[in-house]
Design a protein around this ligand. Structure first.
Ligand code: GUN
Ligand code: FE
Length: 458
């Protein structure tokens, strides 16, 4: 149901990496169209046209925060979530992941699994999801329709792979291109080609090792013709890097995407743990996004993305967070925490950046990933990666209402279940401290309502 009301209470967002904005006692007007029409601090300033709307008054322990933006999810790996992460990436693909994904040749399987994934995402606070589908056109249409039905904001791609993929799952080059183009056109017809479309298509080469150059160039052409987003993996791990070197001696992922017409300001590249400085510079220049998937990176790549280092060295490089379901088994909240931890582990070796930098004069970073920064990455920064920084990821007049209502004080009063909370509240915490406790020790039980475009989806 579409919200049409004035919400009165505490709103928290993180417009910049180092600023948390805590606005207590504000009035936020959300109209039927899903837009935030007015924000004010005084009830008497609510404009005449909105005066007749209901006022929802939040309890002191309830806060509204922007919905989370997960920039990297493999939808057909959801069933595998939490299992089978015991072997290196390339073996993992062959042994577990390609078989799991190939099961999506069955539309029934897709219709069973995908809605479950989407309710998991919404429940855990993700309101915008960037999704890989499987190699199948029909299952990927089912994924897109499931996103539409669940009400989540979604970027969906039919995964493309015409080589180094088992016979039971590989595509032909022509088939992959034809299905991709059909998928893009089908999405645009259904949901429009603009930013307001809640489900949008993404051109999705799986990664360099499974795509011929002919396929990559064809996909680059489709991305440009339809002006759509591109998602892929880049510079993930030592074994992936070596495989690319063996296939294309002297060339690396970022360069190959670029020469294929796949690298621009609508390109989001997952992992990027082993990016060279020159590549980060190219990505910054063209406006492409690095998606750090901290949990998966530690498990599979055994590497990290040096976020504060990038921030000080490449200040305009777009960076966001992804869960990489099911390479990582954490939620977005888990990945925010892992980003904080990985930053501390990284700082053990600040000056020893030999895997990411050949520049002996690298600046010592003066940034730290704390709860504010992690939250910024998961919200406003993710929105920026998707060209939607003026629409979602924070709360300003004119933006869309993609939001979570958190209850950070479930204490058994008013019939609440006090066990529905993992952290203890002592009653004297500020709103900021309670919010920090949620980021560091809370969970989805604190997420009591979720809206996308002003529509209640949980
Ligand atoms: N590289 C190619 N495919 C995959 C995948 O499914 N997961 C991860 N983490 N990396 C990949
Ligand atoms: Fe991935």
């Amino acid at each position: 149901m579409s919200l049409e009301a004035i919400i009165h209470g505490t709103f928290i967002d993180a417009p910049t990496p180092q600023s948390l904005r805590v606005r207590e006692n504000i009035f936020v007007v959300v109209t039927k169209t899903g837009a935030i029409r007015q924000i004010c601090t005084d009830e008497s300033h609510i404009r005449e046209e909105f005066r007749s709307l209901d006022i929802i008054r939040l309890k002191k322990t309830q806060v509204i925060v922007p919905g989370l933006v997960d920039l990297h999810i493999h939808a057909p790996q959801f069933k595998q979530l939490g299992t089978k992460t015991d072997i290196p990436l390339m073996e993992w693909l062959q042994k577990y992941t390609f078989p799991a994904e190939s099961a999506f040749s069955s539309p029934t399987h897709a219709s069973t699994i995908y809605p479950k994934l989407l309710s998991h995402l919404l429940k855990t606070g993700t309101t915008t999801a960037v999704l890989y589908g499987s190699n199948h056109l029909s299952a990927t249409k089912i994924l897109a329709e499931s996103c539409h039905n669940a009400g989540i904001r979604a970027f969906v791609g039919k995964t493309c792979a015409d080589m180094l993929t088992p016979e039971y799952y590989v595509e032909t080059t022509e088939g992959s291109l034809k299905d991709t183009e059909e998928f893009v056109k089908w999405c645009y017809e259904k949901w429009g080609s603009g930013r307001e479309g809640r489900v949008r298509p993404v051109v999705t080469p799986r990664f360099i090792p499974t795509c011929s150059k002919e396929l990559l160039r064809g996909l680059g052409g489709i991305a440009q013709k339809y002006d759509c987003f591109v998602q892929s993996h880049a510079a993930e791990s030592v074994d992936e890097e070596a495989l690319v070197e063996s296939q294309h001696p002297g060339q690396r992922d970022v360069e190959i995407y670029r020469e294929s017409g796949l690298l621009g300001n609508k390109t989001i590249l997952a992992h990027c743990c082993r990016l060279k400085n020159s590549e980060a510079g190219v990505m910054q220049k063209v406006g492409a996004t690095v998606v750090s998937c901290p949990w998966s990176n530690i498990l599979f790549a055994r590497a990290t993305v040096p976020i504060p280092y990038y921030n000080s060295t490449f200040p305009n490089l777009k960076i966001g967070l992804g869960t990489d379901i099911a390479g990582g088994f954490g939620t977005m909240l888990d990945n925010m925490r892992t980003a904080i931890l990985q930053d501390r582990i990284d700082s053990f070796a600040t000056v020893n950046r030999s895997n990411t930098s050949t520049d002996p004069n690298i600046k010592k970073e003066n940034w730290t990933v704390d709860f504010k920064y992690a939250f910024h990455l998961a919200t406003a920064s993710g929105a920026k990666a998707l060209g939607m920084e003026d629409m979602i990821g924070k709360f300003e007049e004119g933006m869309r209402f993609d939001a979570l209502q958190l209850d950070l004080g479930l204490d058994g009063e008013d019939g609440e279940d006090e066990r529905a909370m993992r952290f203890t509240r002592f009653g004297d915490e500020s709103a900021e401290e309670l919010f920090e406790k949620w980021v560091t020790t809370g969970d989805d039980r604190n997420v009591v309502r979720v809206w996308v475009d002003g529509v209640g989806v949980l």
